[in-house]
Design a protein around this ligand. Structure first.
Ligand SMILES: [Zn+2]
Ligand SMILES: [Zn+2]
Length: 325
């Protein structure tokens, strides 16, 4: 038995549960911890039985609830090393500053020191009154840095119960789930998709890719349930509300797959063997679910002898019913 439950899909958050009869993993944690737990319960997936969280890439819509959820459940998080580093940088408050900011900081420090010296000389004067409390021994304040406030493991926003690294292209196992991560072209540190297999069934997650390169075409062979991006309608994106720079990013080779590009993959490169194709990461501003569905179904119709291949649409706002094979 294998099961895929898409909890959420789209630019406001992505998360999918993939399980075999003995192992259960969460792919991405792009909603708040509270919302992820709520949706798991709604979809009949017991959060307490999750074995691990796997991260495709460090964009906010894939990691928003990661740290809180992993700590709450006490389970390991699997990343590639560059993705983990990028995530740590992202969640750690910045301590570096521009030269201008540094000058401003130095000036503030100087003023604070001058104020502190002025205050202590006033206090010295008051010390002449033997009844007044003495401040002479109090440490001089040098800015707001307090060395006693070193962040503990708990207050460290990048703290996780355990971190495991994998490499795209190298399979690994969690319980009886065999997992093959593959590189995808997207503007993140080291983004990937996954093929999961157990008991002869194969399920794949392939979203957030600017185009479908040969390694992705090769990875997506003999898949039984395929979660595939169908992000935008080209015309809606072109005429839509996004600024030109964002349109360029989405359309680029490291952006997102259009309905057209997904259809092209389904008619030309897809082997036609899936029971279910779940279209995901649909843009709410630049797509209409029916357009995505029609494009995919027309592409699939070009395969003459196709069985199965039910097209489903993953939602942003609610979990899909679990798909069990
Ligand atoms: Zn992304
Ligand atoms: Zn995304």
């Amino acid at each position: 038995m294998m099961r895929m439950t898409v909890l959420a899909s789209g630019s406001k958050g992505n998360s999918t549960v993939v399980s075999s009869s003995r192992t259960r993993v969460l792919v991405d944690a792009g909603l708040s911890c509270r919302e992820l737990l709520k949706r798991m319960v709604l979809a009949g997936e017991d959060p307490a039985t999750l074995d691990a969280i796997l991260i495709t890439h460090e964009h906010q819509d894939h990691v928003a609830g990661l740290a809180v959820l992993a700590r709450r459940l006490g389970i390991p998080v699997y990343f590639t090393e560059p993705t983990h580093r990028a995530w740590v940088r992202m969640v750690t408050p910045r301590t570096t500053m521009t030269y201008g900011k540094w000058l401003e900081y130095v000036q503030q420090e100087k003023e604070a020191r001058a104020a502190s010296i002025a205050a202590s000389s006033e206090e010295d004067a008051e010390d002449e009154n033997p009844g007044a409390p003495s401040f002479a021994a109090s440490p001089q304040r040098v800015g707001s840095t307090n060395l006693c406030e070193t962040p503990s493991a708990k207050s460290n926003p990048a703290h996780l119960p355990a971190v495991e690294y994998f490499h795209s292209g190298s399979s690994f196992c969690i319980g009886d789930l065999d997992i093959t991560p593959f590189t995808i072209p997207h503007d993140a540190a080291d983004p990937c998709g996954f093929v999961f297999s157990a008991e002869g069934i194969r399920m794949a997650v392939a979203t957030d890719l600017g185009y479908v390169p040969p390694n992705v075409k090769a990875a997506l062979k003999r898949i039984d349930v395929l979660l595939l991006e169908s992000n935008h309608d080209l015309e809606m994106l072109r005429d839509g509300p996004y600024p030109w720079s964002v349109k360029q990013r989405v359309l680029s080779r490291v952006g997102h797959l259009s309905n057209h590009a997904t259809a092209e993959f389904l008619s030309n490169d897809y082997d036609g063997g899936a029971a279910y194709i779940v279209l995901g990461h649909l843009s709410e501003s630049n797509n209409v679910p029916e357009l995505a569905r029609i494009a995919a179904e027309q592409a699939l119709a070009s395969h003459p002898t196709l069985l199965g291949n039910r097209v489903l649409l993953a939602l942003q706002s609610a979990p899909l019913d679990p798909i069990t094979l």
